[in-house]
Design a protein around this ligand. Sequence first.
Ligand SMILES: [Zn+2]
Ligand SMILES: [Zn+2]
Length: 281
Amino acid sequence: MDPHAIAAVIRSHGGIVRGRQLLSYGATRSLLARAVDRGVIARVRSGVFATTEAEPLVLAAAAHGGELCCASALRHLGVWVLDDRARLHVWLGSGGRRHPHPECRCIDHRDAGGSAFGVVSLVQALVQVARCLGGEAFFCALESALRQGLLTRADRAEVRARVSARFRWLVDLARADADSGLESLVRLRLHRLGITVRSQVFISAVGVVDFLIGDRLILEIDGRQNHEGPSLRHKDLVRDAEAAALGYETLRFDYALVIHNWPRVERAILARLARGVRTVA
Ligand SMILES: [Zn+2]
Ligand SMILES: [Zn+2]
């Protein structure tokens, strides 16, 4: 069995396999060692081998002992996650064990089942995120997945059935039209304050605004994390001017305010509402 044949077997098994499985295809320990030496396959840890094109984070999870899961799996699948700690979440299964590796800061997940290597399903990752990072992160990720059309109706029902009862109302509240994770977060937090908003509202001469509270108060959430160029800033100002001419008032918040200084955002909105805005459209 030459090194490329070994790589083909690993590839056909999803890119990462245990050495003992390769032995059953006719590989030997010395053939595996030679394939590693030649750089045709990679050794993830003792007894586990991968193709050279396997995803680095999936490899890191395998080195730790399981599958990429929870927030890490969601990011891998293109879902927005409210979590800037950037630690690796690994599903070890109920009986798996973690393997020591350099600079390990992984977060273990041990929900039921037997993990292998790779990435958990989107449904499982969402259920894990609820328990691991809490309701807000779960809600934002769920809306992000819905927006991208990644969940079927059955998937959504399965998520609802599998999360703890205290998160089920969040599944019912979730919609598919949030424009960004930040918007999901703001809508949820305002909902908790008893403030109902309409999202992605089209206003003639202004365009689509992120939120409208009542008839006249616009909330814009700037999700751009790197500071935008002067032309976009100018566009925003033009929109605000058009809105003001039509009798609207605009409150504008950015990523840093929403994520790191929510009380300030909340005070601003509540003070504006206290001065009187029609909150029932
Ligand atoms: Zn987690
Ligand atoms: Zn680790």
